[in-house]
Design a protein around this ligand. Sequence first.
Ligand code: ADP
Length: 627
Amino acid sequence: MKKVALVFVLAVLVPSLVLAWLALRSQRDLQFLFERQQTLLCQRVTDELAQNIFNHIARQQQEFGALVEQLIPPTNALAGAARFDATLRQQWPLAEVGFCVTQTGQILAPAATKGGGADRFLRDNGGFLANREAVQLYGGNTYNNQIIINAGNFSGQNVLPQAALNSYADNQAKTAEQSAATVGQTNAETGQQKLNYSAGKSQQRLVNPQYYTGSQQSEPNPAMDNNTSRVVPAEADFRQFIGDQPDGLLARFLQNKLHLMFWHRLSGDPSFIFGAQLDLTRTIAGLRGLVQVAPELREQICLVLLDDRARPVVVSREGFAADWKRPFVATEIGEALPHWEIAAYLVNPAQLTQAARSARVTLGLLIVVLLLAIGVGSWLIGRSLNAELKLARQKTDFVSNVSHELKTPLTSIRMFSELLADGRVTEPAKQKSYLNIISAEAARLTRLINNVLDFSRLESGEKKYNFQPCDLTALVCGTAEMFRPHLEASGFQFDCALPDAAIPVRADSDALAQVIVNLLSNAEKYSNGGKEITLHLGRKESPVPHAEITVSDRGLGVPRGSEEKIFEKFYRAHDSLSSGIQGSGLGLTIARQIARAHGGDVVHEPRAGGGSSFVLRLPISTTDGHG
Ligand code: ADP
C-alpha cells in the first residue's frame, strides 16, 4: 500500500501540482503579456508614422531644392535672389517667406517691406541669418559624421531615419556635458568631427506615455531615460549651423512658436544660400493624410499628432478626446518637428484589462477543474485501492480461517474415532458421548463445506433454487429440533416459540434451513458464555403480511458501525485473532442472498439487555392451497 501511494504521489500528484503551479504563475504574467503585446503593436505604429512624417517633410525639402535650382539662373544668382521671395511664394504654396543669404552673411532677400511678413521675418531672423547672433536651433545639417540612409530621393545627406536621429541626440546629449566644441576638432576616440557649435540642453518630454517599449533605444542609455526628449537643440548662428552642407532643414522656436525652414546652397554658386520659412498651417494640412489608422486597428487605437505643447494638431478619429499628455505610447517625430509627437491612445482602455481578465478567468477555471479532477481521481483511486486491499486481506483471512475450520472438526473426529476403534472406551455412556461429538463435528464440517460451496455458486450465479409451496412452521420446527441436541449438549438453554398454525410460503426448504442453521450456529459461536438462545417464529401483517423468524442470543453482540458490514462477504467483526472464534465471514452473506432470493431479507437488530437478534423476513404465500 505504501509503495503504491509513493508511486501515485511521485508519478501523478507531484507532476500535476507542479503543472498547476506553473499554470498559476503564467496566469499572473498574462496581464503583463497582454499589455506588452499591445504596447509593442502600438509602438510600431507610432514609430512608423513618425518616420513617414519625417520622410514626408524630407521630400518637401528635396522639392524645395529642386525648385531653387529651377528658379535661379546660375549665371545671375544675384538677380534671382532679388525676386526670390515673391517668386517662391507664387510658385510654392508651402512657402511663407523666401530668403537668400550669402556665405558671408549678407541678406539678399526678402526685401524689408514695412508691416509685411518679410519685415517680421527679418526682425526675427536677421541677426541669426547674418551670423551675428547664435540662437537655439534644431535641424538636419549637422549629421555629417552619421551613417546616412536616405529615406526619400533626397538630394542632401541630412535626412536620417529615426534610429540615426536618436543616436544623433545621444551624441548631442554627450556633447552637452562637455564645453562648447569648435570647428575642426577631432575626437581622438571616434575620429569624428566635433560639432561646430555648442549644444543646448536636453529637455523633458511633455507627453508621458503609459508604456515604454524601449524599442527606440538600441542599448540602454542611463543618461537618457524614456521621458527625456531625444531632440536636443544646438546653439549656433546660421553659418555655423549649415557648415558646408549643400542643404538641410532647420527649426527654431520664437515666442514658443515653431518656425520651420528649408535651405539650399545653389549648386552653380555655393556662396548663395536660398531658403524658405514654411507656412506651418499648410505644412500640417499636408500631414493630415498620413495620420491614419490601419482598418484592423481602427476600433482599438486613435492616432494623434501632438505639437510641442502636447496639443492635438491632427486626430485620426473624429470626436475623440483623452488626456493628451498620457497616451498609451508615443514617438517623437524628431528634428523636422522638434518636440512634436505621434501618440496612440486606446479607444477603449478597459478592453485591454477585460481581455486579460477573461483570459485569466478561463485559465483559472481550467486550473480549478484540473485540480478538482486530480483530487477526485486521487480519492477514487485511493478508495478502490483500499477496497481491493481490504478484499485481498479478507480473502487471505478466509483461506486461513477455512483451513483452520476444516482442521478442527477433522482432528476431533479422528481422535474420537481412534479411541472407539482401539476398544479402550468400554463405558456405553462415554461411547455414546464420543459418537455424538463425532456426528456434531461432522455436521459442522458439512455446514462449512455447504457454505463455501453455496457461496461460490452464488458468486458465479450458478445457484439454483427449488421453490416449492411449504409450511414455514414445520420447516423451522424441523430445523430447530435437528439443532437442539447439539445446543443442549453444549449447555445452551434453547427456547423455541412457534405458532400453532401453519405459515404457507413458497420456498427452497433446504436453502431456508441453511439460513436458520447459520443464524443458530452464529448465536452459539458468539455466545461468549451467555448460554441462552431463543428462536421465535411469528406472523406480521404490516406493511404487508410476512413471516418473521428471530434468532436471539445473550452473547457478544455486533460492534457498533459493523451492523451492515457483517453482511459483506468475508467481513468479520470479531476476527479469529482477537476473539479466538473461527469463521469464514460467509454465513450471513449467504443467509442474506438466500433470503433476498425468496423476496425477503435478513437484518440485525440490537437486543436490549445485551446480545443480538437476527431477523429473517419472508413473504407469506397467498396464491396456493396453503395460503
Ligand atoms: P463468520 O463465519 O465469521 O461467523 P458470518 O457471515 O456468519 O461469518 O458473520 C459475520 C460476522 O458477523 C461474524 O464474524 C461476527 O463478527 C458477526 N456476527 C454474526 N452473528 C453474530 C452474533 N449472533 N453475535 C455477534 N456477532 C455476530
